[in-house]
Design a protein around this ligand. Structure first.
Ligand code: FE2
Length: 145
């Protein structure tokens, strides 16, 4: 159970970092394909944001308090946050592809941990997130090709 709890915390921190980074990119992206990128990032950050509350509440269902500060999210997140330097549009997409791949690794680890802890409902929830992010991985792979 401890492993599942820790993995859910890492997923939450990584989710939040992915949300903020994709929203940052939505605001700051530039280039000739601005409308497409801006819309793609809009869909991306909204989808990731909608997951945040459910991930956090899975921890509460396990009777664990949720780490909910920027400091703790930065400790838990397995992706680098975007700082003030604004990358090119294609670099943003490459960064997001790598970050989405990191998120997938942690979702997979969460599914294994949920199975080991005999928590199939949480495993099921994480499987749904995994499917959604595998679809995003395909899109990001296609953008940067
Ligand atoms: Fe917007």
């Amino acid at each position: 159970m401890e492993q599942l709890i820790q993995q859910l915390k890492v997923i939450l921190g990584t989710n939040f970092a992915l949300y903020l980074k994709s929203h940052n990119y939505h605001w700051n992206i530039e280039g000739p394909n601005f409308p497409q990128y801006h819309d793609f990032l809009n869909d991306f950050y909204n989808a990731v944001w909608l997951q945040t509350d459910d991930i956090a509440e899975k921890l509460r269902q396990l009777d664990v308090y949720v780490p909910g500060s920027m400091e703790r999210f930065l400790e838990l997140a397995d992706i680098q946050e975007a700082v003030d330097v604004i990358p090119s549009a294609i670099s943003m997409m490459q960064n997001l592809k790598a970050d989405n791949d990191r998120y997938i690794i942690h979702l997979r680890a969460g599914i294994v941990a949920a199975d080991q802890a005999s928590e199939p409902a949480i495993g099921n929830f994480l499987q749904d997130l995994l499917g959604a992010h595998q679809k995003k991985a395909w899109m990001l792979r296609s953008i940067v090709k």
